[in-house]
Design a protein around this ligand. Sequence first.
Ligand code: DGJ
Length: 730
Amino acid sequence: MGITFNQDRKQFHLSTKNTSYMMEVVIDRHLVHGYWGKRIHTPDLECFVDLYEVCSFSPNPEKSRKDISFDTMPREYPDYGRSDYQSPAFEVRGEDGSHLSVPVYKSHGIYKGKQLIDGLPSLYVWEGDAVETLEITLMDDLTGLRIILHYSVYEDYDVITRRVTFINDGKSVLQLLKALSCSVDFYQDQSFELMNLYGGWAKERHVSRIPIGHSTHIIDSKRGASSHEQNPFIALLRPDTTEFVGEVYAMNLIYSGSFMGEVSVSSYGGTRMQMGMNTIDFEWILAPGASFETPEVVMVYSHEGLNGMSKIFHNIYKNRLCRGQWQHKVRPILINNWEATYFDFDEQKIKTLIDESANLGIELIVLDDGWFGKRDSDRSGLGDWFVNREKLPSGLKALADYANEKGMDFGLWFEPEMVSPDSTLYRRHPDWCLHVPSRDRSEARNQLILDMGREDVRNYLFLAISKVLESAPIRYVKWDMNRNMTEVGSAVLEKNQQKETSHRYMLGLYDLLDKITKAFPEVLFESCSGGGGRFDPGMLYYMPQTWTSDDTDSFERLKIQWGTSMLYPPITMGAHVSEVPNHQVMRMTPLHTRAYVAMAANLGFELDLTKLSGEDKRAVKHHIERYKLIRETVQLGDFYRLMSPYENNGTAWMFLSKEKNQVVLFYYRHLAKPNDIEPKIKLSYLEPEKLYQLEDGRQLYGDTLMHFGLRLPSMAGDFDSVMVILDKVV
Ligand code: DGJ
């Protein structure tokens, strides 16, 4: 178990509960990839790969060995320009202008545990964890470039992480042009489909699955954010893999900036899978003695289909990525005033919302955009983080105290990384934003992006935010970010460092998040980027939940929450009940369905409750009471997808409590059809011999529920839905 090394054969075997990962050093120099997949015994082989001479178009870097060609060998961390014609994992320019590196195996070390990465988010370890780390050092003697490949093996979690450190031990300046976190070559194996989570604003993380064929596929973001368009995730699946069975190989990057994942098939029938930072806005000067750390990639193999993959991601993210006082605490049911009022609110309006919410059992009021500076629309005010006394004459403290008196907590929205050209901050510091001198600054939503790589900017933000958080009992912060990067340049970097701006931004952002979240440990932070434009493990390291999408329509949300759940557990997803017609798509859906979709994550409300009819208010109160009955199961238990919205006229998913004694099933019908019969839903992961009791008193065995299925009540009209609670009979 863990990590073993066969000294004679120079073979590494990394193993978790169910996974093996193997490498080998060939002729004492070349690190080749051997295997990644279901856990196996170490094969008793002289060499994990077959070496043989192939055609003259596959060059041989070793003069005396015609059987060695990088064109045919599965490589562990491919370099550029020496007979490997698939994409390199890294590229370095020397002072002489050459782009070649010749990294050869030098040494390795194995240690218990795992180190954090300086300045970057990563999985961590806890006392008693069965975690080992392998560090393999490759060296290019000519340039002095030292490359350390880090592999950490989480045995019990079934996870392997990878990352890379580059160190310049030479005497000349090197320039990193590409620095991916990992690369895996599947030797003579190309029977895969590629899965990724794509979308756009208000339609994030939709599931795509296509055969890889004989092509190269790039899944990436060039936006300076992990983005709405693609999540930093790729997976290779066998064509017959389902939610429950079959092999999945997945990579998820712990990074919130531009990234790339690539899958390509070689003419020898091998598949290369890579993940790391995007090269688009990246170069890094590595002066003699300097080092560079790549972000970490989380690698998951499952032979139990997509639910098997998700279970592993959910488990490790809940326990070894998210941190802080809120990590394992149930999250409050909130009301957010954004869709209720947009910018059009005042103290009295918020107070009436508090009154109504308190009556219905809501626990937290979140005051969204518009409480600060001169901010009556999105045309001004960002950067001026002091209360707008015209709207809130008694200030934030009075409002928070009012909420507290009604038994509710108080939360606040910020968008710290941005500045409006029409703001005091911008007038004072026009050079604080990302820009390129003498070029126009493209605005988006009338705003520019502050250069988070600058220490003075971060200091200003830390002080400004701290002042607000200290001024009132604020228990929750929504950290928003509403545009992507353009004119990516920094006023404080040298000319030849301008392409470092984007990554320095991320390092600066992480630094600020670290400081703020540590200074206010009791505050629940929720990240947001126009909804889920930065729903990634990097942000989850600092803030344990994310506003899933600006699309609050319950039907659209089925696909969004389904896709999001591939990687991220429901406790990380904010989900709100909003009004109808829905503000994004104008769709009418029943209140109970809006509630049941939001109750499958961290429940919130985002509508003017004061305008609801008496009947709807009673229904809201009822749903809140019901949510409180299942909240622990939804947020702290396990989640399984049962029926996909992408393939059916209905969606089903279920939750199983941590103690495995409560089961909550949700079924959402899409469109009503004449002469239709509701499907029977087969549950999963129950104990076959145990009885489970429905709320009407009926008892059914676990095996019956899993194999015969559960009949659903008949539905009425489009978008009807049902929630079924079952308790294990003990
Ligand atoms: C985008 C967020 O996703 C919304 O929820 C809201 O906070 C607005 N920004 C406010 O400007």
